[in-house]
Design a protein around this ligand. Sequence first.
Ligand code: ASP
Length: 343
Amino acid sequence: MKGRFGILFFLAAFFVLPVIAQQKTSSYVLVIHGGAGTILKKNMTPEKEAAYKSSLKKALETGYRILQSGGSSLDAVEATVRVLEDDSLFNAGKGAVFTHEGRNELDAAIMNGKTKAAGAVAGVTTVRNPVSAARAVMEKSEHVMMVGPGAEKFAREAGLEIVDPSYFRTETRWQDLQRAIREDSLASAKSNAYTNPGKLGIKNRDYKFGTVGAVALDQQGNLAAATSTGGMTNKKYGRIGDSPIIGAGTYANNETAAISCTGWGEFYIRNVVAYDLSALMEYKGLSVQQAGNAVIKKVGDMGGDGGLIALDKKGNMTMSFNTEGMYRGAVTKDGKIQIEIYK
Ligand code: ASP
């Protein structure tokens, strides 16, 4: 009899308990951003605003369908970011900003909150969807980050779509570069625009920012984050921002949160923003909202600006920023879509 109880206990421990542990979460959520900056209603036409909103909605619907049908948060963030990369309104993939030399150099990262596996690519010029290249680095190589021609070779071998660099070009971004060259040369006469921007008075910085990102919680309770960007207009040769750097612009940990940042990358790298948010939750017990506000304050105190989206394992989210606006949106389990642009 005793033996039979022992067997029953054994069966319960190994088969029933893990099933309980894997129970589906009651909430699945997807949060996205399309960049932060000097985004003012007075500078926006109704048509432009409607275009941004419909693009954000399309991205949210894409990721939501995956989560709703039981797909993984990883699949959801990748698919969502691909939609934004293909949309020329945003500074990622097609429509990316130009470097000083007139090139589009793209950075992206993705991270799995369950396993803490991560992948990133930086400075790629021919990969149509850098977020998928980041995922390939994560899943098909023993590395976390690849840059430049090596990353492109790897993406091609992984079967990803390769395009001519001219695919990413848009006239709007080209004009932004001409403007940035004029304004940054004026500013750098006074100081270094990249490391000491505080009092430079560089106006209308919205044309310099625009990264996209997504964080998601799936029905299995797993978090994931992805970020993709063209970086900053008029960036120097070889400059890499925070977006592809795990812990700076992108991070995910099932025990804390999934995070994707946007803003002045140098400040996000120096403040290790995404990991700092997670650490504040882990070590100090802050909520995702409190931690989000705290790290954005640190960026601001140092003279940087931007924002972030973050989501915890219970589906609590934050969209913190210290700029005039941030393209952002979320969809919750009930399918309710929320999209906002201004402060
Ligand atoms: N964080 C990005 C970078 O510095 C830019 C952005 O978010 O718009 O590369």
